[in-house]
Design a protein around this ligand. Structure first.
Ligand SMILES: C[S@@+](CC[C@H](N)C(=O)[O-])C[C@H]1O[C@@H](n2cnc3c(N)ncnc32)[C@H](O)[C@@H]1O
Length: 305
């Protein structure tokens, strides 16, 4: 059988951009570049710099299969099986939410808090106890563990990650193994903080969570890519804060004296979360909202004074 002629990268990109634009992608050029690079097995910049290079038939077939999936609305991250978060590559698939850039703010704030606690911690003090609630792909806890390893502080911190989804926990474990921090993180299936209370465990010093916060009514209106993600990862109930509100209710039992909870919220939920903290938590708790680089509410900071 005669071999199929090879095609050049520039032509394939044009074909992809046109196909994806027609199907409604708002980032057709970037998507096509990423998918072509992935099909060939090179970085995106190689494609951009070598549009005249010819591409073999196997890679062309892989590229066109990826275009089909993208044109049907599947996110590029699921097609490639990889997403960058906090400068690290995470394996992603339909078992868990694709980590979002907004969530990097949560990791930054957690890092700052842990640096502060580590600096004032006497040598013989017990380890700082941290939990990532609703860990999904493990993005938050793994990024934090890698950061702590760089600071040579991993041994001083006890990391627990929980989720109600066994699928998500399996993916999170894979990411922890991939970044060589699996030994440092305990993964447990748990509804919010329930697992944290088993045995004679101490209360947490730091609670981190990026739980679902999309209003139930708004879920069907999300971009089609979100329909490939687990509904459990997105749907925050009637006002979007139902799961987070339940977590607030668990803080008095599970967060220690001088403890801190950092909870990611939606950009329009700044006032709502402060009102909710006031309603759920008694006097002696402080709640304020940290913004992101765009100045939008992003993380609720809840402290037990
Ligand atoms: C918005 S996703 C975030 C995943 C990950 N933390 C991230 O930032 O990419 C929310 C996660 O919370 C989990 N979740 C939902 N309800 C939960 C509950 N009651 N207890 C524990 N985890 C829950 C979901 O399974 C999902 O993995």
């Amino acid at each position: 059988m005669p071999e199929a002629p090879s095609e050049n990268a520039g032509e394939l990109l044009r074909e992809g951009v046109e196909r994806l634009r027609t199907s409604g992608s708002e980032s057709a050029r970037l998507d096509a570049e990423l998918l072509l690079a992935d099909a060939i097995g090179v970085g995106r910049t190689v494609i951009v710099a070598h549009v005249g290079a010819s591409v073999g038939p196997d890679a062309v077939a892989r590229y066109r299969a990826s275009l089909d999936r993208r044109a049907a609305g599947e996110p590029v991250a699921y097609i490639r099986g990889i997403k960058e978060f906090f400068g690290l590559a995470f394996a992603v698939d339909r078992r868990a939410l694709i980590p979002r850039p907004e969530t990097e703010r949560l990791v930054e704030l957690a890092e700052t808090e842990l640096r502060r606690r580590l600096a004032s911690r006497p040598g013989e003090a017990p380890r700082i106890r941290v939990v990532d609630v609703g860990t999904g792909s493990g993005a938050v806890v793994v990024a934090l563990a890698v950061t702590l390893r760089r600071l040579d502080a991993l041994a001083a911190v006890e990391l627990l990650a929980t989720d109600v989804s066994d699928d998500a926990l399996a993916l999170a474990r894979e990411n922890a193994v991939g970044h060589a921090v699996a030994e440092a993180i305990q993964f447990e299936r748990s509804d919010l903080l329930a697992a944290g209370a088993s045995g004679d465990r101490r209360p947490f010093d730091v609670v981190l969570a990026n739980l679902p916060y999309v209003r139930h009514e708004a879920v069907p209106g999300l971009p089609i890519a979100a329909s490939f993600e687990p509904p459990l990862a997105l749907d925050g109930g009637e006002d979007g804060l139902e799961v987070i509100e339940r977590l607030l209710g668990e803080l008095p039992e599970h967060l220690g004296a001088n403890g801190l909870a950092l909870l990611e919220i939606g950009a329009d939920q700044g006032h709502l979360i402060v009102e909710r903290c006031g309603r759920v938590l008694a006097a002696g708790w402080r709640c304020r909202v940290e913004t992101d680089l765009a100045g939008l509410p992003r993380v609720a900071r809840i402290e037990r004074a």
